[in-house]
Design a binder for this molecule. Structure first.
Ligand code: ZN
Length: 168
């Protein structure tokens, strides 16, 4: 039996820590959690993350820095829009809005998260860019487990949990 490596249609489980190379700030980490499992080659992960660990075996560790094109893409200034504050009246009845707050808008194509960047009496400036768009990201990754994909997972295009339940 050949040893599995990170490749298309393999379910990879990894521990990872993502930091911003500029200041070393940790923006995401699996530390203290279950390892992250994903189906390789099905766009579950940002493109550069998979590319950098391709061919790795269980137990291997990798550290790499991705430019924004290989991570969450560049910022799109057209994705920043002003929404009349009146549209938030229902929400504001329950909690107050703040700059930096992340909310989810129900758009025709589905839920779209955004960050409030400016707040005036008349309008809320909503930035729909991913908070990591336009940024280089450094990842330290350890391959914890590799296994063959199940038929179910392959038809769904994503990895399922250890008991076969969805992680949707
Ligand atoms: Zn599924």
């Amino acid at each position: 039996m050949t040893e599995l490596t990170v490749s298309a249609d393999i379910v990879a489980s990894v521990h990872y820590t993502g930091t911003l190379p500029d200041n070393g700030e940790v923006f995401d980490s699996s530390e203290g959690r279950e390892p992250l499992s994903f189906l390789v080659g099905h766009k579950q992960m940002i493109p550069g993350f998979e590319e950098e660990i391709m061919g790795a075996k269980i137990g291997e560790k990798k550290e790499f820095t991705l430019t924004s094109e290989r991570a969450y893409g560049d910022r799109d200034e057209a994705a920043v829009m002003e929404i009349p504050r009146g549209q938030f009246a229902q929400l504001e009845a329950e909690s107050s809005l703040e700059v930096g707050m992340q909310l989810v808008a129900q758009m025709p194509h589905g839920p779209s998260p955004f960050t409030i960047t400016v707040l005036t009496d008349e309008a809320v400036t909503a930035d729909f860019n991913h908070t990591l768009a336009g940024k280089s990201l450094t990842f330290a990754v350890e391959i914890v487990d590799l296994r063959e994909v199940t038929d179910d997972e392959k038809s769904h295009g994503h990895a399922h949990g250890p008991d076969g339940h969805h992680q949707h």
